[in-house]
Design a protein around this ligand. Structure first.
Ligand code: FAD
Length: 501
């Protein structure tokens, strides 16, 4: 370490500055100023104590070699820092931007001081590596004659495909959307993750030999069993895309959509592609049900589209629970640490449950809180949505939700976005065509080595784990690649950072 006592000299974190709200709401570019390395870079890296018990590395599902890359960063040894980072992480430019950084929560320095800026250090190293031309394709030195189909091109599928391609196998990634990337492409908005970062990575992967097929829905356009027969191994990386439902009375009204019907279109437009659903928040009163990652992304998107008002309904209370078991990760971190979208506008209502969607099909008014209720609601639930009837809630000592009927009121809404998470992957054709087993939650069942109960079929990412995070998808993709390589060749030198749960 260039300065082993760096943490005693610099006790504060350098945070990447965000662009002014008024400026960033006018575009879809990254909310952060991209400054590249600065005088703070070495200082911040030197705050890493080289503590000898790097819990940060166990906090990171990828097992990133954090003290080592921080040491190299503090010395300005960019190439070595990049090499060290790439040993464990295929795409640090994604995690360096959008990971909630469990590594930082595990940083030993955080016992007495703000944690080391691990995520920013990671982003700085990889951005600089790209600027310096250090990130080059790494095609395999020799090819095996083995083939692998990876279905789904999110972070799990991409990490798995890159590892297997570099190991010499011929890998084809199938994706039902018209562009590669999974949620990195059409879920996470460009103001959190600019799509040029993804595009340049895909160029690298293509140059290494990975092949991509878009617009192919496996199960419909091509059978799962056909694919299994055509390839030596098959990896299911289809994500967890079945949304959790809020089927309240009035659900059939127009203007009520799932978040993932709303989020892709702005990115499509930025990419010069036709929008698919044409759900526009401009000039509308928007209600978002659910205030996690996805809800926050809907908020930032609706504000950029020029919504008249945005209200995010959160069933949890504003203050975090004092009970550790009531702090679900990553929801907990996302709910109680403000996101960039929360700083941009909108209004959060905490400890509120939704009861009913109300439409404009008649002038039958409801007689709850008329002062706050827009006029013209329809209890028959016809026409377009005009409001959501809500009630304040609390929890009793057995953690049951208790509504307080006297607080019932109607919040105006011409657009409602349901964003309370995802239940499990879409598996109807997969199970129908292969007979593959599911776990009790509806995810694809696997053993600790990512193997399903069908020979040669593996699963990784949200499809097996359930809705999670990019960093877990990458770690699973890498580990699954090792398992597939071992299945194909009898041995593997590929790293496997985590076993499947
Ligand atoms: P996905 O990224 O979901 O990719 C699966 C792909 O499979 C999709 O492209 C899908 O079209 C394709 N597919 C499905 N079925 C088929 C089929 N039959 N044939 C062909 N293709 C198919 N995590 C973070 O760490 N930080 C964040 O800030 C963050 N923000 C998020 C914001 C939103 C709106 C959402 C929804 C999630 C967010 N997450 C975030 C979670 C993270 O994006 C996921 O955990 C991660 O993308 C899962 O990766 P995956 O590869 O398993 O699946």
């Amino acid at each position: 370490m260039v300065d082993p006592k760096g943490f005693l000299k610099v006790r504060t974190r350098h945070e990447l500055a965000e662009r002014p709200v008024a400026e960033r709401l006018k575009d879809w570019r990254d909310v952060h100023q991209s400054t590249g390395p600065g005088p703070w870079t070495a200082e911040q890296a030197a705050r890493c104590m080289d503590c000898g018990t790097p819990f940060c590395m166990t906090g990171c599902p990828l097992g990133n070699l954090i003290p080592e890359f921080n040491d190299l960063l503090s010395r300005g040894r960019w190439e070595e820092a990049y090499e060290r980072l790439s040993l464990t992480n295929n795409f640090p430019e994604f995690t360096g931007r959008i990971c909630p950084a469990p590594c930082e929560s595990s940083c030993v320095l955080s016992i007495h001081q703000p944690a080391t800026t691990i995520k920013l250090d990671e982003q700085t190293i990889i951005d600089q590596a790209w600027s310096l031309g250090l990130v080059k394709p790494r095609p395999p030195q020799r090819l095996t004659d083995m083939t692998v189909a990876v279905v789904g091109s999110g972070p799990a599928g991409l990490a798995c495909a890159q590892q297997l391609t570099r190991a010499g196998h011929t890998v084809v990634v199938y994706e039902r959307a018209d562009a590669i990337g999974g949620l990195l492409r059409y879920g996470i908005p460009a103001f959190k993750l600019e799509k040029s970062l993804l595009d340049r990575r895909l160029e690298q992967m293509e140059a290494e030999g990975t092949r991509f097929r878009t617009g192919v829905e496996v199960g419909r356009d091509l059978g799962w069993d056909q694919l299994r027969a055509r390839y030596d191994a098959l990896v299911v990386a289809i994500g967890s895309t079945e949304p959790r439902r809020v089927d309240l009375p009035g659900r059939e009204l127009k203007g009520i959509h799932y978040a993932m019907d709303f989020l892709p279109d702005p990115t499509r437009k930025l990419m010069g592609r036709e929008p698919i659903n044409n759900i526009d928040a401009a000039g509308k009163d928007v209600i978002i049900i659910g205030g996690g990652d996805t809800g926050s992304d809907c908020l930032g998107t609706a504000l950029r589209e020029g919504a008249k008002s945005v209200t995010v309904l959160q069933i949890r209370p504003k203050e975090p629970s004092s009970r550790p078991d009531d702090r679900p990760w990553p929801t907990y971190a996302r709910l109680y640490n403000p996101t960039s979208s929360m700083e941009e506008g909108g209004h959060y209502e905490y400890a509120v449950d939704s009861l009913e969607y109300l439409g404009d099909g008649s002038d039958d008014r409801i007689s709850l809180d008329q002062s706050s209720a827009p006029t013209g609601f329809d209890r028959d639930h016809e026409g377009r949505v005009r409001g959501v009837r809500v009630v304040d809630v609390s929890r009793d000592d057995q953690d049951r939700i208790v509504p307080h009927p006297e607080t019932e009121r109607v919040l105006p809404a011409d657009l409602v976005l349901i964003s309370i998470g995802f239940a499990h992957p879409e598996t109807a054709t997969l199970t129908g065509q292969t007979g593959i087993g599911l776990d009790p939650r509806g995810n694809v069942a696997r053993d600790a080595d990512y193997a399903t109960d069908r020979d040669g079929i593996f699963v990784c990412g949200d499809a097996g784990r359930g809705q999670s995070l990019v960093v877990w998808a990458l770690a699973e993709g890498r580990s699954c690649a090792a398992a597939v390589d071992r299945y194909l060749t009898g041995a593997t030198e590929l790293p496997a950072p985590i076993r499947a749960d």
